[in-house]
Design a protein around this ligand. Sequence first.
Ligand SMILES: C[S@@+](CC[C@H](N)C(=O)[O-])C[C@H]1O[C@@H](n2cnc3c(N)ncnc32)[C@H](O)[C@@H]1O
Length: 272
Amino acid sequence: MADEVPKTTTPGVDHTRPNAARMYDYHLGGNANFQVDRDAVERGRAILPDATYYMQQNRAVLMRMVRYLVQDAGIDQFLDLGSGIPTRGNVHEVAHLHDPRARVAYVDFEPIAVAHARRILADTEAPVTITQADIREPDVVLNAPGVAGLLDFDRPIAVLAVGILPFLTDDADAADLMARYRRATAPGSYGAVTHISPLTWTWEQVTEALRILAETATPEVARTPEQIRALLPGYELVEPGLVPAARWRPEHEVSEQDALRSNCYAAVGRHD
Ligand SMILES: C[S@@+](CC[C@H](N)C(=O)[O-])C[C@H]1O[C@@H](n2cnc3c(N)ncnc32)[C@H](O)[C@@H]1O
């Protein structure tokens, strides 16, 4: 597979260690990844069968959440924390199917994710930005031109923390950060979360697989449903609450086995 972004043109890229954003891209069938990322994914798959299914379900529920937020909740502004390398079903694409005026502020700190997003957005007139920033610095994120200059914080915003909170390894820090972003948003705003949580995998398997991510600049943790619920402080969950990702407002009937096999929980909450 070709390394689509030439190694010499994207500053700040570490080619020597696997990278979570590029590994996720490989799982989803993208080509913005290097051999070191693909090797790490293969080692992970040997420990966690269904690792790719987990990633696919995470992405699929993100798309359903965005559709719900635009169509049913009337949201037209998104702050997408840890937006990742653009792939099929990006937040602005899904949002614009239902509301072409929807504003989307993407934030990621991974140089390849940001370079790809810039390339895609260069040709669009749509109100969509990408900001390279560390989401653990909320003041930097919230004041960045791509965020403060695009989103109207006096009106409801959906804060998306999809597939990113496992990278915030301390429970209290992660909850405090989510509370900080919630306080920045107007009443009627939403928060959306997905998070790895062993359902068909054992904790031992997950711990072993996450050791591979310890080689990256971004180690990850898995959490229990109770720990995940605590990452939406001050939000009242909308139906169906915190559930296995495949069970969050599915488009088709989902078998119990498939629901569990996602090994991922999802929830959306609203604050008033
Ligand atoms: C698994 S991907 C999820 C992408 C997308 N949200 C989705 O669910 O399809 C996680 C992304 O979070 C980014 N990330 C991890 N820690 C971050 C941080 N502290 N600040 C900004 N981005 C971060 C990674 O670079 C990666 O692109």
